[in-house]
Write a protein that binds this ligand. Structure first.
Ligand SMILES: [Zn+2]
Length: 357
């Protein structure tokens, strides 16, 4: 552990005086075995605002008071697609601004599904506190070697790394052949050889909106075996964990959409997974459903409208409420203050004082 123990914020000097972009590792230490931290993908301004409001328990407006009973730590996930959507610098500026508008927030900034190249770009940016290297499609030995290279570069800068072992289901739910559940013994070997900080495991989830045809659930037996095989308190990650709520799909279709009904991960499975060492749960698709439903309904009900702000305003509120709901299911709700005091306590014991130097 040693060199990655430092709080990421200590690296951030100069232009940002934000003390609360932390590493995912900082968040995982507080969460382990108790709850999972929500990892939310964002792409634009409205999602960013809704995300920060929701995690601070602000249902209506930026100016609302922070609600300590429901405020939560969180992880902002940025995919390569999101970085390319407008410009990676635009997203970074959005998040830095949100951080000033919402100074109470405690969060990590994480690259989702990075290539080696994207990881190095984020490590060098001085902005990301965590990266995911996804070499899970390669053979074991190559996955190990690639991950190890990224870990070495990241750790040198106090940045933490998530890797993946096993194969999640793809967007095509019926292609069962491509699913490869994580092997517990291999997971232990992988962690030891790479020095990685957290591991995404394949235990029955899949990416995209069309996850399970029937009432398929998570393979808790596999998860339990993985937890037993790997070092104590080692954080696991669950990808593809949207629940694809039926009511959102229905709202979209009632407003002119043509989504096939599908089912995702039952939200009631988040907490049992957290108890077995899953500290980060990735949710992307559900947020897109919220966006789609709100905008379709708005323009269906107000066909004469062409202003983007009324719909955007409704969306920001709906997104905040959606985040509040998800955090409840993840168990992270109300954990913000606990994380904050654990982090400042950690700072004191690490350097002997609270000056951060
Ligand atoms: Zn993923």
């Amino acid at each position: 552990m040693g060199h990655t123990d430092s709080i990421f914020a200590l690296l951030k000097t100069g232009e940002s005086n934000n003390p609360m972009i932390v590493t995912t590792k900082d968040l995982f230490q507080h969460a382990y075995g108790k709850y999972a931290v929500g990892a939310y993908n964002i792409n634009n301004l409205e999602q960013t605002v809704g995300l920060f409001r929701g995690n601070l328990g602000k249902k209506g407006a930026n100016e609302d008071p922070v609600d300590g009973k429901i405020s939560a730590p969180f992880i902002i996930q940025i995919s390569r697609g999101a970085r390319a959507y407008s410009d990676k610098r635009m997203l970074e500026a959005l998040i830095r601004s949100a951080d000033q508008v919402f100074p109470e927030a405690v969060f990590a900034v994480h690259l989702d599904h990075g290539t080696e190249e994207a990881c190095y770009d984020c490590i060098d940016s001085g902005f990301y506190s965590s990266v995911m290297i996804d070499a899970s499609h390669h053979e074991f030995a190559e996955n190990v070697a690639t991950t190890k290279r990224v870990v070495d570069k990241a750790h040198a800068k106090g940045i933490v790394v998530e890797a993946e072992l096993g194969q999640l289901g793809g967007v095509e739910e019926d292609v069962v052949g491509s699913v490869k559940l994580t092997d517990p013994a291999q997971a232990a070997e992988f962690i030891e050889k790479t020095g990685v900080d957290s591991l995404a495991v394949a235990i029955g989830t899949s990416h995209g909106a069309f996850k399970f045809s029937g009432k398929q659930g998570l393979h808790f037996d596999v998860l339990e075996k993985i937890q037993k095989a790997i070092p104590k308190n080692f954080p696991l990650v669950m990808h593809g964990s949207s629940s694809v709520p039926h009511e959102w799909v229905e709202r979209i279709n009632k407003a002119g959409g043509k989504l096939k009904d599908a089912s995702g991960v039952d939200e009631k499975q988040y907490l049992p997974a957290a108890k077995l060492g899953v500290t980060k749960i990735n949710i992307d698709t559900d947020g897109r459903l919220v966006w789609c439903a709100i905008h379709r309904e708005h323009f269906r009900d107000k066909p004469e409208d062409f202003d983007l702000r009324p719909a955007g305003k409704t969306f920001m509120q709906a997104y905040a409420e959606y985040i509040i709901h998800k955090n409840e299911m993840l168990g992270s709700t109300g954990q913000l203050e606990g994380v904050r005091s654990a982090l400042s306590g950690g700072k004191k014991s690490a350097c002997g004082c609270c000056c951060g130097k």
